[in-house]
Design a protein around this ligand. Structure first.
Ligand SMILES: [Zn+2]
Length: 136
């Protein structure tokens, strides 16, 4: 017997583009693009390359962490296991930076793939930063 590929997924129509896709139990959009379009989320960096936006967000977090009194180090390659390293009382903390949006219900929406860091720094619209977990 072959194992079903889409275990726990159901066929659903995207709330935005109406395309049929395999959804997890509460997934309403086929893609991040469709969700952002439907939520009315507009990037504050129109026409700026994605990698550059990522760098801007990382520098925002660097500035915030420096102003909090940490020693801050930035990754030298995109394949490093985190974006920023922080030293606090000789303890090393790995930080991953993600651009995030706050949904209507107050939930943070951001890409959750490939996170190997201790702390997640979510950069919201207008540069507001939210750390998960908050105390570190
Ligand atoms: Zn769609």
């Amino acid at each position: 017997m072959t194992r079903p590929i889409n275990l726990g997924r159901t066929q659903r129509e995207c709330f935005c583009c109406k395309k049929t896709f395999m959804a997890t139990h509460n997934q309403r959009y086929c893609s991040v693009g469709c969700r952002e379009k439907d939520y009315g989320i507009v990037s504050e960096f129109k026409g700026v390359a994605t990698a550059t936006v990522g760098a801007i967000q990382e520098y925002r977090v660097v500035i915030d962490l420096l102003s909090k009194g940490f020693e801050v180090f930035r990754a030298t390659s995109p394949s490093c296991s985190c974006d920023i390293l922080v030293l606090k009382e000789n303890k090393m903390i790995k930080v991953e930076v993600r651009t995030a949006y706050k949904s209507i219900s107050g939930k943070f929406i951001y890409p959750k793939n490939n996170i190997k860091a201790d702390i997640l720094a979510l950069v919201l619209q207008k540069g507001e930063i939210k750390y998960l977990p908050e105390n570190f």
